[in-house]
Design a protein around this ligand. Structure first.
Ligand code: BTN
Length: 507
């Protein structure tokens, strides 16, 4: 047993951190004037918290007033508790949890299981943002990572440092976090994790002290997950091949700063709310990536190359290819991009093709952009984009190349079909759409041992949802109210399986 010596003078600590937390909360609250300090804790967080006796509903007023400081000191004078933490069988850690510090719970355990599943740290660098009691830092040290952590609550910093040394480990633990102040670390990390404060300020129930609240409530107007990713990218904190794990609400990240992203695990609470563990990584890291002003066909170019993720984009093709051996004509302001998306024997061209369409929609997110099965993206019934997957087998094996052609600009195009262009919705540069597509394709298709596996059935459901915007399929004169897709991406209508989009109208 050890003593958290510096709990002896909570007033001193509060002085140093009160303004910090106040600033952070004020900044998170953004435009509404920032007075809802005492927001909610949802039941799931509240349950069994154990350290927050004497809660009371606070009026809406200034952030962290003198009265709050007095209450906070009272809270801090409560003795710390000791707990035995066992995230999974045979992993047991004794932790001391000071008042105001978040103890490990079900969400912590989810992250713990994932850290354990990642295997030995082998001296790689681990950073936990919002380290709380230090449970995950202790676990990561045990797994062989070199551990750093930070928390805006100085009691969490003390708890993490204390719990690490009581378990025979060391770490660099600092006060601070993602907020207005300079981020407390500058080096690069191989694994960065954050169990986000995910309680919504709108869920009003009872109150915690400012420190507990700062650890639990995401009142950032941009979302703390988004802010975290931006901060990691701008401070260049992620090592080559580094991974970020963020645990938060399903909707807590909507801007990944061009990092690929995929759900790894999830917990569903009794009230139906879902907390998801998202993994982020650099898309197709290390793969060749070129832009050429002009070429014959970017798909063809890639058959001379190898390596999943290898990518070429161009703004002019002289022999662009479309489906059914048709030409894909370059027009002014066109985007042409191709990726090697699979190599080997287990290739599913239908799934790849549909994922290409979904990647376009995920890169742009406009309701007027609609997926017409199997490979067209339409605006108001006119084609703006096409996807072509081609495979070729050589002595080296089979390779699948996915190509995406997009009309970025309208103009006088000498083509005999009515076309649409993205500038009807957005003005977007070639380089920007290229980075977004690279990120979304990797999110849907990339395989690596240390990223979450592709959830094929979920991707299929997302594609079906997108297809519904085209209306109902009509095939051989019959209109179908419902439809589905099989594992090969073929359209299922009643008992019929259709593999060619030309035979289907959408009404
Ligand atoms: C279609 O709708 O028929 C599919 C068109 C696919 C065109 C793209 S542009 C990039 C890549 N290179 C090609 O030669 N074709 C694809």
């Amino acid at each position: 047993m050890y003593a958290l010596g510096f709990l002896a003078d909570p007033q001193r600590v509060l002085k140093s951190s009160a303004s910090k937390i106040g600033t952070l909360n004020a900044q998170r609250r953004g435009s509404d004037g920032g007075v809802r300090l005492h927001a909610a804790l949802s039941a799931k967080r509240h349950k069994g918290f154990g350290t927050n006796g004497g809660l009371r509903r606070m009026p809406e007023r200034e952030v962290f007033t003198a009265e709050d400081a007095v209450l906070e000191v009272e809270r801090l004078q409560r003795p710390p508790s000791t707990m035995l933490w066992s995230p999974i069988k045979d992993f047991n850690f004794t932790l001391i949890i000071p008042s105001t510090v978040y103890p490990p719970r079900e969400d912590t355990n989810l992250l713990a299981k994932r850290i354990i599943a990642l295997g030995p740290g082998r001296g790689r660098k681990f950073l936990e943002i919002g380290c709380g009691s230090g449970a995950l830092c202790v676990l990561a040290s045990y797994m062989g990572w070199i551990v750093s952590g930070c928390d805006i609550n100085p009691f969490a910093v003390a708890a993490t440092g204390g719990n690490l040394s009581a378990s025979g480990f060391r770490g660099e633990i600092k006060e601070g976090g993602i907020g207005p102040d300079r981020f407390p670390f500058e080096e690069k990390f191989d694994l960065i994790i954050w169990n986000l404060p995910y309680v919504d300020p709108g869920e009003i129930s009872e109150v915690l002290g400012p420190m507990e609240e700062a650890a639990l409530i995401d009142s950032d107007d941009q979302g703390l997950g988004n802010r975290m990713i931006r901060s990691i990218v701008s401070n260049q904190l992620l090592s080559p091949q580094g991974r970020i794990l963020i645990l938060g609400r399903e909707s807590s990240i909507d801007d990944t700063n061009y990092l690929a992203h995929r759900t790894w695990d999830e917990i569903e609470f009794d009230d139906g709310e879902k907390i998801v563990l998202t993994c982020l990584w650099r898309p197709y890291e290390g793969a060749e990536n070129h832009f050429v002003e002009s070429t014959g066909s970017t798909n063809e170019d890639l058959f001379a190359k190898s390596g999943v993720g290898t990518h070429i984009s161009s703004s002019w093709q002289t022999s662009g290819r479309g489906r059914h051996k048709r030409n894909w004509t370059s027009i002014e302001g066109c985007y042409a991009g191709s990726w090697i998306v699979a190599e080997g024997s287990e290739i599913n061209p239908g799934h790849l093709q549909l994922s290409g369409g979904l990647a376009v929609l995920n890169s742009l997110r406009y309701e007027r952009l609609v997926l017409k099965w199997p490979n067209d993206i339409m605006i108001d019934g006119r084609k703006a984009c096409g996807v072509l997957v081609e495979g070729r087998t050589t002595d080296e094996g089979t390779r699948a190349v996915l190509g995406i052609g997009i009309n970025l600009k309208s103009g006088n195009h000498d083509v005999d079909v009515e076309i649409a262009s993205l500038d009807e919705l957005i003005t977007i540069e070639h380089a920007e759409i290229d980075r977004r597509l690279n990120c979304e394709l990797a999110s849907l298709l990339e395989y690596r041992d240390d990223i979450p596996p592709v959830r094929h059935s979920e991707v299929k459901l997302q594609i079906i949802e997108k297809m519904k915007s085209m209306g109902r399929p009509q095939f051989q004169g019959e209109v179908y109210e419902t439809f589905s897709l099989n594992e090969r991406g073929e359209l299922l209508l009643g008992g019929k399986t259709i593999d060619d989009g030309e035979e289907v109208q959408w009404i």
